[in-house]
Design a protein around this ligand. Structure first.
Ligand code: LMR
Length: 392
């Protein structure tokens, strides 16, 4: 039977990690997969995480099973940051469960939508390539619309037209902040309109919040999610701590469900637990426990938020420097200054992207997406010059 299986291409984004590692050029630049880097090009473990891990080592007295919902202390400790400190459960209508990273949370959200009878999902493109893969894997139809225009702003007309065409009971996937791959986020006014449109069209929002704190700030980056939740009766929220706590390989995420009523919440979550049990039984504990220890300790929380502030400040510095450069050959870098998070798309052809890799040692996704965190004050001028050289 197994010989029936056809060779699958390696994930293009993850394949870049290996290609980059095999390149022996000293001045190579990795702008591929979305991990944060310091101005020295390192992705260190947060000091707050190191301290929490030390404490975990000391106090953890068992590794016995927790259950498919994972560490509920972790799940609850995050909620004020996501949903607001006032009433993070929205009157008992929001509850969550731990998931293996943001990907596990998205998969769980889409699985729940499918089980609830949602036939199709609307999504702005380009998007994170794994979104479409997850929909296809779970057998949900995908309907797309343009996320942004050539001018580098959100395409509100395309979004409005898509919502007008959608049927009640369809889902819509929205990036909470730091849009992956464009870095082009909705403004507050646009979120206000989107929230009303989604509510009016009776769509189920699936909100993917994978980069909270890397855009404008923890509170600011939650604006869209909170706005939508205030307008609709029910929603699914996929959360990742892999970027804002630097936990990538430890897979730290959560799925939150907002139900129409507090009474209905338990039944929905029980389906989440059943899906998790059948998929991975229970999420890996270590990373979630470390995040919980940080969030339960005011000094560690402050240390973490300071580290996150420093990351965001560096991203803004890199973006400001790119914007300042203006034109690099035929590529206008100015819009990158106003974009958020790690990613931006450069309007480069497949040929130019390949040339940047082979001739200049610059690695980026085939879509033209760059992870701006791969740029440092030491290599940014080379990058700008190389983009100019291939696009002139
Ligand atoms: C990315 O888009 O680079 C990250 O979200 C990592 C991943 O899993 O693809």
């Amino acid at each position: 039977m197994l010989s029936n299986l056809q060779q699958q291409p390696a994930d293009a984004l993850l394949a870049l990690i290996k290609l980059y590692a095999a390149d022996t050029r000293a001045d190579k630049i990795d702008l591929g997969v979305g991990v944060y880097r310091t101005d020295d090009g390192a992705t260190p473990v947060f000091a707050a995480i190191k301290a929490a891990e030390a404490k975990l080592l000391e106090v953890q007295d068992s590794k016995a099973y927790l259950g498919p919902e994972g560490d509920m202390g972790f799940v609850h400790a995050l909620m004020p940051y996501v949903f607001g400190a006032g009433d993070p459960t929205m009157g008992g209508r929001i509850e969550g469960m731990q998931a293996p990273g943001g990907t596990g949370a998205v998969r769980l959200a889409v699985g729940l939508a499918k089980k609830a009878g949602v036939p199709r999902v609307w999504m702005g493109v380009p998007s994170w390539p794994n979104h479409a893969q997850i929909f296809a894997d779970l057998g949900l139809e995908l309907k797309t619309f343009a996320h942004s225009t050539k001018a580098g702003v959100t395409d509100m007309d395309a979004l409005r037209a898509a919502i007008a065409e959608a049927d009640a009971g369809d889902a819509i996937l929205l990036h909470g902040c730091c849009h992956n791959p464009t870095g082009i986020d909705y403004s507050h006014e646009q979120w206000d309109e989107i929230a009303a449109l989604v509510a009016e069209a009776k769509l189920l929002p699936i909100l993917d919040l994978a980069y909270q704190g890397l855009g404008q700030g923890m509170e600011e980056d939650a604006y869209g999610v909170r706005r939508v939740l205030a307008a609709v009766p029910e929603a699914l929220i996929a959360y990742s701590c892999d970027k804002n706590f630097g936990m990538y390989r430890d897979r730290v995420g959560a799925l939150y469900v907002m139900a129409e009523s507090a009474e209905g919440l338990g039944a929905i979550l029980s389906n989440g637990h059943a899906l998790a049990r059948a998929a991975w039984s229970m999420p890996p504990d270590h990373g979630g426990a470390a995040v919980r220890i940080i969030l339960e300790d005011p000094a560690l929380t402050k240390l973490w938020l300071d580290e996150l502030d420093a990351m965001r400040a560096r991203m803004r510095q890199v973006r400001a420097r790119l914007a300042e450069a203006g034109m690099a050959g035929s590529v206008d870098l100015t819009p990158l200054g106003g974009q958020n998070g790690l990613f931006s798309i450069l309007p480069l052809s497949a040929e130019q992207i390949l040339k940047l890799r082979t001739d200049h040692g610059i690695y980026m996704a085939g879509s033209g997406r760059i992870n701006a965190a791969g740029l440092t004050m030491g290599n940014i001028d080379k990058f700008i010059a190389d983009v100019a050289a291939v696009s002139a």
